[in-house]
Design a protein around this ligand. Structure first.
Ligand code: ZN
Length: 286
């Protein structure tokens, strides 16, 4: 019985160290852990609607993310609405739960860095219409609407405006845009035809990825943002490579003499001012 309790206690401590904020590590907060095994503190909820966007599931409680992700979604959707006015709003799918952790239907989306974006669509004739939901697009840019004879077309023009706004947002660094090869090809061809800067097109090609171990993402694009340097030191980790154009992780600063002095004065056992350590402290190696 006693050994079982010890094992459980150790397991709790170990998991606490790696994936959850804990009083034992007060510096761990924000987006903590990796996207498919993490949690979230200090989250912000995406409003039900805003300039150029609506929530796909207005009543869902899974619309929380890092505040900078929420701000980037709002500003990117607003920029599409300003650059191509009169179109249907972007429908935004799940972000994360308020405190992160597992939510139904997703392996990731656990640390406030992931969001599903339904595609912007038009009628086959080119009139912007609201998204009919998660419909599957083919390489010709068309998707059949289930239980109907209707088709919708990928709104390549506005979809590219959206992805470009996200890629160039000062709030976030895009780690991945999970999307199928066919949609990536349509968007990249469109960007090249527009004469977009090589750097933006190259970054878009780099972050767009059809996952090999999950859904193809032919019915939505899944945005994941990279850890910011200050988030990385507070527990954010993983989720993909650190692309060379993203800000580098904050370098670890070597301790200065005054830091060692402060550490020497810091006495967690309440012996401040005592001239020497007691036997138990010596045994612990302080
Ligand atoms: Zn997703």
């Amino acid at each position: 019985m006693k050994s079982t309790a010890i094992v459980l206690t150790c397991a709790a401590l170990v998991s606490g160290c790696f994936s959850t904020p804990t009083p034992l590590a007060p510096g761990i907060h924000g987006t903590v852990g990796v996207p498919n095994r993490g949690v979230l503190t200090e989250s912000q909820e995406l409003p039900v609607r805003g300039a150029g966007f609506v929530r796909y599931r207005p009543q869902s409680s899974h619309y929380f993310g890092r505040p900078r992700l929420v701000r980037a979604l709002e500003s990117s959707a607003a920029s599409v609405a300003a650059l191509a006015p009169g179109g249907a709003p972007l429908a935004i799918g799940d972000l994360s739960a308020k405190t992160g952790g597992r939510i139904p239907g997703h392996d990731s989306h656990r640390s406030g860095r992931d969001v599903d974006l339904l595609f912007l669509v038009t009628t086959p004739a080119g009139a912007s219409v609201p998204s009919p939901g998660f419909v599957h697009f083919e390489g010709d840019g068309l998707a059949r609407v289930p239980d109907s004879l209707d088709y919708v077309r990928l709104d390549v023009d506005r979809e590219w405006l959206l992805l470009r706004a996200l890629l160039t947002s000062p709030e976030i660094g895009v780690q991945f845009l999970f999307v199928c090869h066919e949609v990536e090809a349509l968007l990249i061809d469109h960007a090249r035809a527009l004469g977009e800067p090589d750097t933006v097109v190259w970054q878009a090609e780099t972050v767009m990825l059809e996952p090999s171990d999950s859904l193809r993402h032919d019915d939505h694009v899944h945005l994941r943002i990279a850890c910011a340097p200050e988030e990385a030191v507070a527990g954010c980790s993983g989720g993909g490579p650190r692309w060379q154009w993203l800000p580098a992780d904050a370098p670890v600063q070597p301790l200065q003499a005054r830091d060692w002095d402060q550490i020497a004065k810091d006495d967690p056992f309440g012996f401040a001012g005592s001239p020497s350590f007691g036997p138990s402290e010596q045994a612990r190696g302080f």
